[in-house]
Write a protein that binds this ligand. Structure first.
Ligand SMILES: CC(C)(COP(=O)(O)OP(=O)(O)OC[C@H]1O[C@@H](n2cnc3c(N)ncnc32)[C@H](O)[C@@H]1OP(=O)(O)O)[C@@H](O)C(=O)NCCC(=O)NCCS
Length: 312
């Protein structure tokens, strides 16, 4: 194992983590974790022959690698990354990264994900598109209080849906969840392009588990949107452990039947969920989406784009 390369990669991973989470100092445990993670990445990528390293005067300055996804949603799902010393990037380094992304990306299997920091998009987007990547997901981080304030100032959505002739019902029982999961699946299959992997049996099982826990521990709110007695929409807010000890973070999901789109339902959902997060002292909420409506509302609520994921 190249110790020098492992140390550099651990540093670069740490810098990216700080950029994503906001520049808090990394703890000793986090640094140790990243050193281990760098070791695993280098070993795995080298074994797969998917490791490219650029050196200048024998010092590593950038690395591009493709490794199996951390949380694979489908079999053999891969992830493509590059890391570098961002203070010392040159045109030559960027050209080298483009070339490696092109070759490792083109040879990558379907459903490979490639992560870009928002500032890198203008440089590398076209390379990823040329390598066969298509869908673009924004990974969004929001401050619950800021988002709620902006949502109320800009839209002030009502807490119910009577204006649309719909009923908003808090789901509380496992039997209601069954129907809700069927709806989630059928909606997401209609919008597969935006569904990421939400329609796969594995993801549906994971979501159901998470919703069940939310019911049991009241660590979430599940809302059904009813048109008469028919369930037409599912909106979910759940609370999860954050990246740092003791931290908790929120996550949201929206699945509306097309017959009820365009009536401001999501905004009502956001209001209820953000008020719930604020009451529970959950300060951040995260999510990934390629849905223009959600991206639009995220800008309005001043959520920050922390990464952009392209999927092949
Ligand atoms: C995404 C979804 C939840 C949005 O539902 P909705 O509440 O009907 O959304 P609306 O159509 O009312 O749009 C909400 C806002 O986005 C805007 N918007 C809608 N489509 C847009 C587009 N293509 N580009 C930019 N803004 C758009 C609307 O104008 C509205 O903003 P406004 O209040 O400032 O006018 C719904 O379409 C859905 O369930 N889709 C299928 C499942 C899915 O993709 N879920 C999301 C996974 S992240």
């Amino acid at each position: 194992m190249d110790k020098d390369l492992q140390e550099h990669l651990a540093d670069w991973l740490g810098q990216e983590q700080q950029r994503v989470q906001g520049a808090k100092k990394l703890t000793r445990q986090e640094k140790a974790f990243l050193a281990g993670r760098a070791g695993i990445i280098l070993k795995t990528a080298a074994k797969n022959r998917s490791l490219r390293v650029l050196r200048a005067r024998s010092k590593p300055v950038a690395v591009v690698y493709r490794i199996p996804s951390n949380r694979p949603r489908i079999k053999n799902q891969q992830a493509l990354f590059f890391m570098m010393d961002r203070e010392k990037t040159s045109r030559k380094t960027r050209a080298w990264i483009k070339e490696q992304l092109r070759s490792l990306g083109a040879a990558a299997p379907r459903a490979t994900v490639a992560t870009l920091m928002p500032g890198d998009e203008k440089l590398y987007r076209s390379v990823l598109l040329a390598a066969g990547f298509q869908n673009r997901y924004e990974i969004l981080k929001g401050d619950t209080k800021v988002a709620l304030r902006n949502l109320r100032q800009r839209k002030d959505p009502p807490r119910d849906l009577t204006h649309a002739g719909l009923n908003l019902v808090r789901l509380t029982s496992a039997s209601q969840l069954k129907e809700a999961m069927r709806l989630q699946k059928s909606v997401i299959l209609k919008f597969k392009r935006h569904g990421y992997f939400s329609h796969t049996p594995k993801q549906l099982r994971e979501d159901l588990k998470c919703y069940r826990e939310a019911l049991k521990e009241k660590s979430g709110v599940l809302l059904g949107v009813y048109q008469g007695s028919r369930l037409r929409g599912l909106m979910a807010a759940t609370i999860h452990p954050g990246d740092r000890p003791g931290e908790r973070t929120g996550s949201l999901a929206f699945f509306l039947h097309p017959s009820i789109h365009g009536q401001g339902i999501t905004k009502t959902g956001y209001r209820i969920f953000l008020e719930f997060f604020v009451r529970r002292k959950v300060r951040t909420f995260w999510g990934g989406t390629s849905q223009p409506a959600i991206q639009h509302l995220s800008r309005l609520m001043k959520r920050q784009i922390v990464a952009v994921i392209y999927v092949k």
